[in-house]
Design a protein around this ligand. Structure first.
Ligand code: SF4
Length: 306
């Protein structure tokens, strides 16, 4: 049987929308320039773009290991086992060490699309002891808050049969396009659905928008009434939780914002296997402000030379 031909289809997520807003050229690299890298023989530009696409940063990587350690906690809880705060921290720290080793050596090269490869190592930035200590402290504070905070007790105590999602990547259709949703944790309590998002950075207005897009997902996926959805932004490092009962007008604003963002993307979406590339559509709109921390700055001709 012939292998199914993959097609570069448009999809939407809150993080893709942010990338699109930040810089059209960056969005092109991530979604179109790297498309088909697995078919490129010999390896060339597409592969190189994919390597840059996979770059993470020290703060993003630290947040990722905290998420993965918590996901592991849920797996053990489901299997009837448990971890205390120190064990959860050790889990995160071990993941951090593994990723650091891959990134700081050539370890990432074996599977560049599946390994940890940090921006700071790639661009040979010095990573000070203060920054690595801050990453360790963040892991420590976050895991302790997750395990010991009274505000997170409902998360720790809810029975696995009431869980609806744990870091599950799922999609739904909106305006005929696939929309990605990855709620960190969702559970049902009587008629209420609680959706939690673990945050390891500072609170931002966009966090609430992202949570509202998960509320739209809950309406679609579990047919939940909007009034029965409660969103929770848990700022683990800061030790704060924002509880946000869904308001219909804010849900409708989030839907309008998604719709606008998606239509802008639709206007210039193309299939790089079939259609021509129009440079006009993918201008370096993020330059120069966003270039310093952009993954593609080493290959983008619009990035200021430093
Ligand atoms: S280096 Fe600057 S212009 Fe180029 S993709 Fe990144 S943000 Fe955009």
């Amino acid at each position: 049987m012939a292998a199914t031909q993959l097609k570069c289809e448009l999809s939407w997520s809150a993080s893709r929308a942010k990338e699109f807003e930040r810089c059209r050229r960056e969005n092109w690299y991530s979604r179109y320039g790297s498309w088909g890298w697995w078919t490129e023989k010999p390896r060339g530009e597409k592969f190189d773009i994919m390597v840059h696409k996979n770059l993470t940063s020290l703060p993003a990587f630290t947040g990722d290991v905290i998420h993965r350690a918590i996901e592991r906690w849920f797996q053990l809880r489901k299997a009837g086992s448990n971890m205390n705060a120190m064990e959860l921290f050790e889990e995160a720290r071990e993941m951090f060490r593994l990723g650091w080793r891959q990134s700081s050596t050539d370890g990432w090269k074996e599977r560049p699309n599946k390994s940890t490869h940090m921006f700071e190592h790639h661009y040979q930035w010095d990573i000070s002891a203060e920054r690595t200590n801050a990453a360790r402290d963040l892991m420590m504070r976050s895991t302790k808050f997750f395990m010991e905070s009274p505000q997170l007790e409902p998360v720790r105590l809810v029975a696995p049969e009431n869980w609806l999602a744990v870091e599950s990547l799922d999609t739904y259709q909106f305006l005929g396009t696939k929309v990605y949703a990855v709620p960190d944790f969702a559970y049902q309590e009587e008629e209420k659905v609680h959706i939690w998002d673990w945050k390891t950075g500072k609170p931002r207005e966009d966090d609430i928008f992202q949570l509202y897009t998960y509320a739209l997902y809950a309406c679609e996926r579990w047919q939940t009434d909007p009034e029965d959805i409660i969103l929770h932004a848990a700022y683990l490092g800061a030790g704060q939780v924002q509880d946000i009962p869904v308001q219909i007008d804010r849900l409708s604003e989030a839907q309008d914002r998604m719709s606008m963002s998606l239509r802008e993307m639709m206007d210039i979406h193309y299939d790089p296997d079939v259609d021509d590339y129009f440079a006009e559509n993918w201008k370096p709109t993020g330059a120069p402000d966003n270039c310093r921390f952009c993954r593609y700055k080493g290959m983008c001709d619009a990035a200021p030379q430093s």
